[in-house]
Design a protein around this ligand. Sequence first.
Ligand SMILES: NC(=O)c1ccc[n+]([C@@H]2O[C@H](COP(=O)([O-])OP(=O)(O)OC[C@H]3O[C@@H](n4cnc5c(N)ncnc54)[C@H](OP(=O)(O)O)[C@@H]3O)[C@@H](O)[C@H]2O)c1
Length: 310
Amino acid sequence: MASWTTANIPDQSRRVAVVTGANGGLGLEVARELARKGGHVVMAARDQAKVEAARASILSEIPDASLESQPLDLASLASVREAAARILADHPRIDILVNNAGLMAIPERRTEDGFEMQLGVNHLGHFALTAQLLPALLQSDGARVVSVTSTGRHAGRPIDPDNPSLSGHYDPWRAYGQSKLANVHFALELDRRFREADVPARSIVVHPGFSSTDLQARSVRETGGGRSQRFFHAVVRRFGMTPAQGALPLLRAATDPDAAGGALYTPRWVNWGPPVRRPMFRRTRNRDAMASLWGFSERETGLTFDVKPP
Ligand SMILES: NC(=O)c1ccc[n+]([C@@H]2O[C@H](COP(=O)([O-])OP(=O)(O)OC[C@H]3O[C@@H](n4cnc5c(N)ncnc54)[C@H](OP(=O)(O)O)[C@@H]3O)[C@@H](O)[C@H]2O)c1
C-alpha cells in the first residue's frame, strides 16, 4: 500500500483545530498542513513573538490560511484555564485538539502550581486543557484528541501518586519517560471513556519518530550541555527526519477518516518512515495504571471529565 502523506489529508474546511506548541517544531507543521486543507487553526503557544513568526511563515506560503493565536503556558493551570475560556468563547465546536507541546530531559524544575515540569507541561497541562475544551469537542460530529508520546515511554514508569515529582531521585530522562507514558495512558483512558459514553469522539496517541526540532537543542541548553542530551542532539541533527516528516503521524491521527480511537500511530521503522498504525505493548495498556493516573490528574488539577452526548 502507498505511504500516507499530506496528500491524504481530507478537506478540512469548516473544521476547527487547536494545536498546542504550534509556534515551532512539529506543532507548526501540523498547523501549516491543517490550514493548507482549509481548516481554521488555533495556534496555542507560550512565546508570542515565536508564534507570530510561525504564523507569518504559514501565511507566506498559504495567504488565505485561517489562523489565530492564543497565549497558552502549560506550566500554569491559570494560563490553561484562561486559554480554554478564550477558545471556548470563540469556538463552541472544536473538531481537532492536538496536544503536542512538550519538553524533554530538562533539569529538575517546578511549574507555577508546583508540579515537576515535564509532568506538568507534557501531561497535566494537557489533561486540564482537554477537560476544559471537552464541551466543544463533544459538539463535533467526530472530534479527535491527539496525544504525543515518544519511545521514551518505554523507559517510563507509571506515576507514583505519592511521589509524582520523583523528589529525591530526580532524573531528567526518567521524568521524561514518566510523562510520555502518562500521555499514552491518558489517550487510552480518554478513548475508553468516549466509547463508554457512546460519543463520536476519538482519542489517538502518536509517536512522531526522531525529528530534528528544537526539542533536543533545548534539552542541551537547559542542562548546560548535558552529555546524553548532547548525544541525542548530535544524532538527530545528522539522522533525524524533518519536522514536516515528523508531523505526519500527528496529522494522520488528526485527519485520517479510518484512524481508530485508542490506536497508536508511529513511523513505520520505529523512528523513521511514513506513519502507520502499530500495536501497543501490554505494559502500556495497563488498566490499573490508567485509572491511577486519571484519579491523580483529577485531584491535582481539580478538574473532571464529563463525557456525555451533547
Ligand atoms: N522531535 C522528536 O524527535 C520527538 C520525538 C518523540 C516525541 N516528540 C514529542 O513531540 C512533541 C513536539 O516536540 P518538538 O519535537 O516539536 O519540539 P520543539 O520544537 O521543542 O517544540 C516544542 C513545543 O512545545 C512548546 N512548549 C514547551 N513548554 C511549553 C509550555 N510551558 N507551554 C506551552 N508550550 C510549551 C514550545 O513552545 P515555546 O518554544 O514557546 O516554549 C514548542 O512550541 C513533544 O511532545 C515531544 O515530546 C518529539
